[in-house]
Each structure stands twice: as C-alpha cells, then as structure tokens.
Design a protein around this ligand. Structure first.
Ligand SMILES: [Zn+2]
Length: 240
C-alpha cells in the first residue's frame, strides 16, 4: 500500500510542478490532448513551429501601465476596459482555470499591458499588438509577459469597440498559452486581424488553451525554482 501511495504522490507532484515536460507541449499531456487545435502547427507569419506555454500561479496579476481614452458620442471610454473582456473570455473557455486580478502597481505584476496611441492607423502588415513572454525553456513555464496594444488617432467606433477587443484578446492568448499563431482565419489566434472586427475564441482556440493547461490547473502551485536561464520571445501581430 505504501509503495502505491508513493507512486501516486510522485505522479501528482510531477504534474503540478509542470517540470520535466518533454517536446513542445506544456504540461504533461502532449499536443493532442484536445483536438482539433493548432498547438504544434506552423506560424504562418514566421514559418516557425508554434509551442505552448503556461503559467503555474493563479490568479495572474495584470497591471495596465498606460491607458488611452477615446470619446464617442460625447462619452469617454478607456481602452483598458478591454483587458477585462479579454481575460474573461479566456477564463471562460479554459473552464475557469486562467483566473486573473487587476492590480494597481507594476511591482509584482505578472502581465503588464501598455496602450499606445499612434498618430495614424497601422496599415496592412503593421502591428496592432506586440507581446513578449519570458519562460523557462525546458518547462515552458511563463514567469512574465508584457504587451503593447496600439490605438490610433481617428479610430472609428468599430475599431475601438470591436477591433481593439479582438486585438487584446489575441495578445492575451499569447501571454497565456502560445508562442505562434493559428493558420485558420476564424480563430482568435489567426496571425492577421481586421482592425474593425471582433472575434471570440473558437473551438480550436479553446482546445489549444486546454491542451496548454492539461495537468496544470488541478494542482497549480508555486513556481519551481530553476537555475535555468529564462528566454524571452517577442511576438508581433499585424493588421490584415
Ligand atoms: Zn499574434
């Protein structure tokens, strides 16, 4: 009995630590845990292989370092309102796993969001958003993410209320679970985006985040200390 108990405990700890993962999959379940997904496909924008990443400590602390406000029909609106929209969307499709809280200080924040107002709209191929994720290479555990979301002078209400929500949802997708993009146009994580259209996570988006977090949610705990040098990757997400 004791031997069996030890084996089971060892298995659970292995999952919870998120360590010892092999291949490109985060967690312990491989890239085909929930299909169809784009976990191991090629990013059409870079021709590099996608790979999944994951956080281990929830709720994630999200800090907005710089906001932009726009006035429509005489009412002022903050771009940062889309942060809650985006995180709630991923929380919903991850069956409540990727919980978050907004914090008022950058110190100790996990994800730092900067809204940046451009003088002109990004043209085709120019960035709507840029996300960096810092992670431990062998485990794909993320320890920090930053994102810059572009707004611009003369934004239409569709661009502000619809396109911006899509862009922020997309950038949080990178910060939460994937380096790379979907090759399927309907997915939130498709590599290009129409700046005036919103989009909700699809079944493929949901399967991909659930695959990234397989084996992580039920036993999330403190980050495993590591002497491994973290890597930071920058993902640029262009307008269509
Ligand atoms: Zn992207």
């Amino acid at each position: 009995m004791t031997g069996v108990g030890l084996v089971l405990v060892g298995f659970v700890v292995g999952c919870g630590g998120g360590g010892g993962g092999t291949g490109s999959a985060a967690g312990t379940c491989g890239t085909n845990f929930a299909i169809p997904n784009y976990a191991a496909l090629t990013d059409p924008s870079t021709s590099a292989a996608n790979f999944l990443v994951h956080w281990n400590v929830f709720p994630l602390k999200v800090y907005v370092a710089s906001d932009v406000s726009k006035t429509f029909a005489s009412v002022s609106h903050n771009a940062s309102d889309t942060v809650d929209t985006a995180m709630q969307r991923w929380q919903n499709v991850s069956t409540g796993g990727t919980t978050y809280t907004r914090v008022n200080a950058q110190t100790g924040a996990d994800i730092v969001v900067t809204f940046h107002d451009l003088t002109t709209a990004p043209g085709p191929g120019q960035a709507l958003g840029v996300t960096t994720i810092t992670y431990t290479p062998s485990t794909k555990q993320v320890t920090k993410a930053t994102m810059t979301i572009n707004t611009w002078q003369g934004m239409t209400s569709d661009e502000f209320f619809l396109g911006l929500a899509k862009t922020v949802t997309h950038e949080f997708g990178h910060a939460l679970f994937i380096s790379g993009h979907s090759p399927f146009t309907s997915d939130v994580m498709y590599w290009q985006s129409d700046p005036s259209l919103d989009g909700l996570p699809t079944n493929r988006d949901q399967n991909t985040i659930l695959t990234a977090y397989c084996g992580v949610f039920p036993s999330s705990g403190p980050l495993v200390s590591s002497r491994e040098k973290p890597e930071t990757i920058t993902i640029v997400c262009p307008a269509k």
